[in-house]
Every structure is written in C-alpha cells, then in structure tokens.
Design a protein around this ligand. Structure first.
Ligand SMILES: Nc1ncnc2c1ncn2[C@@H]1O[C@H](COP(=O)(O)OP(=O)(O)OP(=O)(O)O)[C@@H](O)[C@H]1O
Ligand SMILES: [Mg+2]
Length: 301
C-alpha cells in the first residue's frame, strides 16, 4: 500500500512538556483520514509538525515518501483559524493564489472556476469576501486548500461555526475530494461527519494515539447481532430467546450476543423453519461518538 503520510515515533515538547508523545500512524494515498481528540489533545500541534511550522523533538515524518522538510509546499491546508484578504472577491482571491502556485491566464481561470463550482461558490464568486458568511468563507478555505497540485490536503476543524446544513454540504464536498485524487487528513469534533467520510481514524488523547484503524472495523461490535424479524410463532420465538439469549430491543428488533460461534446461523435456521419474515440481519455498529467517549473514559481510569 502507498502512503501519502507516515509518522514514526514523533514527539513534540513545549518548554519541556510533551504535547505529543511517540505518535505513529500512516495515511494511505487517496483516502480520508480523521484525527479525533478532546480539546488540547495535540491535533493542531500534529498538523503544524506535518506542515513544517514546528520541528519534532524526536521521530520522523514522511510526506509522499519523502523525508520531512522536502515537500512541505506540497500540502493543501485549511487552518483552524483562517485569515483572508477580505477586500478580494472570492474569484480574485483564488486567482491570486493560483498565480502564487505558478498558474496564469486561461489555465488559472479554469482552475478557479472548477474550484468555485466544486465548493458551490460560483454564485458568490464576484462578491467581496468581507460580505461572505462564515460558511462561505469556509468553502473558499476548502477551495484555496485545493488550488495547488498538492496530493495531500489537511483540514483543521473545517466544520467549526457552520450550521447543520452547511456542515452537511461541506461534508459532501470533502467526501468528493477523492475524485480530485486527493488524500485528506481532517481534524474535527463533529464525529458523525467523520464517521461517514473517513476510511480510517486515529484517536489522540493527552498527546498519545490511543486507538487507530479502519473506521468500519473499529466501530464493529464483534459478536453482537441484530435480528429485524416478524414472527407469528411466539412459542418458538420464546424458546429461541431462552436458548440463545436473544433479547427484545428498541424498534421491535432483537439483539444477540453470540456466545458460541455458529449460534447466529442456528438462530437464523430456526427462524426460517418457523416461517419468520427476516427483514434484516446485521452486526451491531457503534457510533464514532460512543466509541470515542468509551475510549476516552477508559483512559481516564
Ligand atoms: N506554541 C505552543 N507553546 C506551548 N504550548 C503549546 C503550543 N502549541 C500548543 N501547545 C500545547 O499543546 C497542547 C496541544 O495543543 P493543540 O492546539 O495541538 O490541541 P488541539 O487538539 O488542536 O485542541 P483543540 O481541539 O482545542 O483545537 C495543549 O496543551 C497546548 O496548550
Ligand atoms: Mg486544534
């Protein structure tokens, strides 16, 4: 597998106090990777190290397979607290940045129009940025992060200050970035959005990575199953519930924690034999919110 970003044993101290300790993770190319953690856990420090704004005290950072420092300009970046030249219109601002990235003339104009379109800002492109709402500024922030040919894009709290509708819009835009062949590293406290768009996440707590992996496998509650069924034969249902520990849950579904491998198949067989209608059968999945809270609570003990 190719990695856009690899960190090995990165440690950063401020005045002798560790902000990050032995942080290691790898971000596969063309993926969306989420960094989650409480306030002050070290997310922005991590981003500043990757961008080269800070130097690690120990450890190595590789970007696009190259050693730290060689490729800092190859990263698109939306800062946690962006600051814009508000007298520009959106189009003027992006055109100016395109120039800084070495584009000119019709190719710059085409790139800017493409990004305005992708971020839903075409209609407001000729207005001064001083008159933009917070959501519009965030969208221009995403557009400016995409203007260079950088394959890696880092977004620090892109949803902050946005209403739920604007958050959803931005979430869809970020999810669509893979179409631009971008690898995205994103920090956010809006875990429901990260759960939807991130293939993998790392959970950082007190400067340590305490969990990391593919979102789908982290959130699977292994050996816990949901049976969404309709059954007329209540006697058989009672007997299955007793024998296999099937229990009624909210929404009229049944849940089972499989004690012995193969139990779920036996339950399904019994249900089918008793003419039950099986609407759905699936493994229980935790929300990223619940997973995060449980992991952080576990660390606090
Ligand atoms: N330049 C600095 N000098 C001293 N301490 C710093 C500096 N930058 C960050 N820190 C400390 O490092 C720790 C991590 O801060 P950081 O900004 O990385 O957290 P964060 O996870 O981004 O938090 P938030 O969710 O609030 O944005 C904090 O204790 C912070 O006070
Ligand atoms: Mg931060």
């Amino acid at each position: 597998m190719e990695y856009a970003l690899e960190l090995n044993d990165v440690t950063k101290k401020f005045n002798g106090r560790s902000a990050l300790e032995n942080v290691s993770f790898s971000v596969p190319s063309d993926s969306i990777y989420g960094i989650i953690g409480r306030n002050g856990s070290g997310k922005t420090t991590l981003i500043r190290l990757i961008l080269g704004f800070l130097r690690p005290c120990r450890g190595s950072i590789q970007i696009m397979g190259r050693q730290y420092g060689a490729s800092c300009t190859k990263i698109g970046y939306l800062p946690e607290f962006p600051d814009y030249h508000l007298l520009f219109t959106g189009r003027e601002y992006l055109t100016y940045l395109a120039g800084l990235c070495g584009m000119a003339g019709s190719s710059a104009a085409a790139k800017v129009s493409e990004l305005l379109e992708a971020t839903g800002m075409t209609g407001a492109a000729e207005r001064r940025m001083a008159h933009y709402s917070k959501g519009m500024l965030q969208k221009i922030g995403i557009a400016q992060a995409l203007i260079s040919s950088s394959e890696l894009v880092i977004l620090d709290e892109p949803f902050s200050g946005l209403d739920p509708f604007a958050q959803k819009e931005l979430c869809d835009i970020i999810a669509g970035l893979r179409a631009f062949n971008k690898t995205v590293l994103i920090c956010s406290h809006i875990l429901a959005h990260l759960e939807k768009i991130c293939g993998s996440v790392a959970l950082i707590h007190g400067g340590h990575i305490i969990r990391q992996g593919q979102t789908s496998s982290l959130l699977r509650k292994r050996n816990n199953y949901i049976f969404d069924i309709e059954i007329a034969d209540t006697k058989t249902l009672d007997s299955i519930c007793r024998e296999y520990g099937l229990g009624a849950a909210q929404g009229g579904v049944f849940v089972m924690s499989e004690k012995t491998p193969g139990d779920k198949e036996k339950v399904l067989k019994r249900l089918i034999e008793s003419n039950a209608r099986i609407n759905a059968f699936y493994e229980v999945r935790e929300s990223l919110d619940d997973y995060f809270n449980a992991a952080v609570a576990g660390e606090a003990h």
